[in-house]
Design a protein around this ligand. Sequence first.
Ligand code: HEM
Ligand code: HEM
Length: 144
Amino acid sequence: MDLPSFLWLWKIAAWSMGLAIAAYFLLAIAGISLRVLRLKRMPYPRGLREFHLAIGGILVCLVLLLLSIGIIGTLGYYGNLGHSPHLVAGILVVVLVLVSAGSALTIGKWDKARSLHLLTNIILFFGFLFVSFSGWTIVQKYLP
Ligand code: HEM
Ligand code: HEM
């Protein structure tokens, strides 16, 4: 691939991916704190739940941005999709993040919502590994 002409696009992707991983870890810390407090029947500190929700919203936007960049960049270059397992990895991560956010919004209204939120976020950890590894493998092919 003529990487330089697409480099700016992949640079945005690299930064977004860094931010997405940072967001995931912030969410894990805030989420685990919420869980520990809830199980100890202690009140949440002011703003902790809102912080978790806000970072969650940012994570949703970042993965949607990454999906668009991946699809637009690949279509722009090849004219079609599906060049590697990275496509499956990318779709998997986006679906997991959307299910996680969707389940989070029903916590308190639906009794399985909390366990679904926890489960999707544990799988999401491996999803991020898969998407990073498969993405990085493609980048290797284009490096001189
Ligand atoms: C995708 C965006 C996300 C949104 C919108 C979101 C939102 C929420 C909300 C609203 C709650 C309920 C808080 C409460 O009132 O008790 C919650 C709980 C929680 N979240 Fe998230 N979250 C997101 C991602 C994550 C991620 C990525 C992780 C972990 C890596 C995580 C871990 C947790 C944990 C451990 C709890 C506590 C569950 C419990 O109380 O047992 N969340 N989240
Ligand atoms: C949540 C994160 C990500 C999502 C949702 C995502 C999504 C996608 C999608 C859907 C494609 C089109 C693939 C195809 O049709 O074959 C793509 C392409 C691509 N992605 Fe990602 N991606 C993510 C992270 C990454 C990362 C971390 C890297 C690099 C380390 C990366 C590098 C690439 C490259 C180089 C392509 C071009 C495909 C090719 O030339 O075969 N992506 N991405």
